[in-house]
Write a protein that binds this ligand. Sequence first.
Ligand SMILES: [Zn+2]
Length: 88
Amino acid sequence: MEPTVTKTPKRFIAGAVCPACSEQDKLMMWSEDDVPHRECVACGYSDTLNAQGQSVPRELGTRVNQAEVKPKPKVQTVQFFPNPKLKK
Ligand SMILES: [Zn+2]
């Protein structure tokens, strides 16, 4: 028996900004077993969202420096899509 993973079709998130390359409208999103996945078609960045709706980058392993917070060069409106993980 194979576990069945329910996947939703990938679709672009209007207005979403890639956290890696800051391109807009390049993020696609889909769900696998109700776990939201995101992928940037511009730079290849991908992540998933945990139960808190926080980004969990796929490519861990190289050093992840969460402590280093760089100020953004310019003010930018970042839209967050609604978090579907909260109880339905
Ligand atoms: Zn990107």
